[in-house]
Write a protein that binds this ligand. Structure first.
Ligand SMILES: *[C@@H]1O[C@H](CO)[C@@H](O)[C@H](O)[C@H]1NC(C)=O
Length: 498
């Protein structure tokens, strides 16, 4: 009886509960999609760069399991080339992707630094770790050191950076062995960083800009692809497949933004067709700058300052339309789980760099009160932000495997990343030298990596959203600096706006 007496009450309680659930359901979905701790992810995405540091580590190094490494880099060439970043899970300093990383970290801070709160200081330090090195690499006029470390010797070993005994050959380009690609990107990085430091450290900023001017002159005057000059050293690792023309435009675009000098504007307008600004408009990464050039230059058009750049805006609009889901385009696919997918391995680099452009362009459009018409659809700034956020949320765990692709973020993340320093015991835990081939047993071990490379975003799942979490699958399990660099900007924005 007592139970019966309670029945009406229970029923109405159930009814209230049902109504509450109905009310809460959309809220829950919104918070499920927006429930990430972007501030935590931002902090981690920047911390990752400390794990990639080469050279003498500073007292404020937070990632303590790494130690000094490669302290004689450059010695064989009679120069100091210590410092800088290892590009990925190996111990080579590849100048081309390192410069691109510095450019994208700088762009992240220029556009989204004011949303980063106290983390902006760490982001600026991450830029400086690269630009201090790029200044050393460009110290001699007419020469750019573009790589330290023999990649075949390095890739033949599974060794901690702190133990390295592989060949640390210093490779350079000069007038007789040109490399307008890597030099153009280096000029872009120095120019972009000069904007980051303009008010933070004016003297350093001026030094960066002056160097950018000189390196760009060299890049433009001695034209050629560095993969022709240094084929054995840079191919197939960071072989310039796409040509050097885009880096010349890209370098000029950053120099124009940093210096506002007319000569760069004129260079861009004069060379737009020759250097093929309208090619492959939906590619953007360490090798191909096209979509980035068009988005960067279009900002001027959208600010109403530069109608002579109008064609760049048409290219940027074309890029935006080509990337919308549901519009089938041969160069941009989406996985069933909703991830942007491009062929060629290390897919997350495309995800973060293309998403960065969506977000940056969305802001430029907002300020100009504009939209992009794409046939039947209209790409509004809000739509572009949603698309970029969807990609970031996928990375952080909203995906079919429920897996975060950022190490150390969320409940499940990659445990066996393809990364020498992370997968071998730290120097603190195992001070004795571990030789070239002695590392193999750690590479082949099924155990999780002993050192958590916090913030590292790996190459990510394949086109069916599957992920092996296995060291030998480097295309899926290797992190790179140029996956994280644009993500720093994306997370900066979302940490302040959601
Ligand atoms: C994706 O990865 C899964 C698991 O590793 C594998 O079974 C599948 O064949 C892969 N798909 C493609 C298209 O590579």
């Amino acid at each position: 009886m007592a139970r019966n007496a309670q029945l009406p009450l229970s029923l109405s309680a159930l009814r209230i509960l049902a109504v509450l659930l109905l009310l809460l359901h959309p809220l829950r979905r919104v918070s499920g999609a927006g429930g990430h701790d972007y501030r935590d992810a931002l902090r981690k995405s920047i911390l990752f760069f400390e794990g990639q540091r080469s050279g003498k580590l500073p007292p404020d190094q937070r990632l303590r399991w790494r130690r000094d490494s490669a302290l004689r880099d450059g010695a064989t060439a009679g120069v100091d080339l210590t410092g800088g970043y290892y590009d990925a899970g190996d111990n080579i300093k590849f100048g081309f992707p390192m410069a691109f990383t510095a450019t994208m970290l700088s762009w992240s801070i220029i556009d989204f630094g004011r949303s980063m709160g106290p983390e902006v200081r760490n982001a600026v330090k991450a830029v400086r770790w690269a630009t201090d090195y790029l200044l050393k690499a460009t110290a001699i006029p007419g020469v750019v050191f573009v790589q330290v470390g023999d990649p075949l010797s390095d890739h033949n070993c599974w060794e901690r950076p702190e133990d390295m005994d592989t060949l640390r050959t210093a490779y350079k380009i000069d007038g007789a062995h040109p490399g307008s690609d890597v030099a153009g990107e280096t000029a872009a990085a120095l120019a972009a960083a000069s904007i980051v430091f303009r008010s933070r450290d004016p003297a350093y900023s001026r030094m960066l800009l002056n160097r950018a001017v000189r390196v760009f002159q060299f890049a433009d005057r001695y034209r050629g692809a560095y993969s022709n000059s240094l084929h054995r050293a840079v191919c197939p690792f960071y072989c310039d497949v796409n040509g050097y023309q885009d880096e010349l435009l890209w370098g000029a675009a950053w120099l124009h933004k940093a210096s506002r000098r007319r000569q760069y504007r004129e260079y861009i307008v004069r060379n737009e067709v020759v250097l093929r600004a309208g090619d492959t408009i939906n590619e953007f990464g360490w090798d191909n700058k096209h979509a980035g050039i068009n988005v960067l230059v279009s900002k001027e058009v959208l600010m109403g300052r530069a109608e002579y750049f109008e064609s760049f805006k048409q290219n940027a609009d074309g890029f935006i339309c080509s990337i919308l889901p549901g519009i089938s385009h041969p160069q941009v696919q989406y996985s069933p789980g909703g991830l942007i997918f491009k062929a060629g391995g290390s897919n997350m680099q495309h995800v973060t760099s293309l998403s960065f452009l969506l977000l940056a362009y969305s802001n430029y459009l907002s300020h100009a009160n504009k939209v992009v018409p794409c046939g039947e659809t209209t790409a509004t700034p809000a739509l572009l932000k949603r698309l970029a956020k969807r990609q970031v949320d996928y990375i952080l765990g909203d995906n079919p495997l429920g897996m975060s692709y950022m190490v150390g973020y969320g409940a499940r993340y990659p445990q066996r990343i393809h990364h020498r320093a992370s997968s071998l015991p730290s120097v603190g835990a195992h001070p004795a030298h571990i030789g070239c081939k002695a590392g193999s047993r750690y590479f082949l071990s099924p155990n999780p990596n002993p050192n958590v490379l916090v913030g590292a975003v790996v190459g990510g799942p394949n086109v069916t959203d599957a992920f092996p979490d296995s060291r030998p699958y480097f295309q899926e399990s290797e992190p790179t600096t140029y996956i994280n660099a644009p993500l720093v900007g994306l997370l900066g924005f979302f940490s302040a706006h959601y």
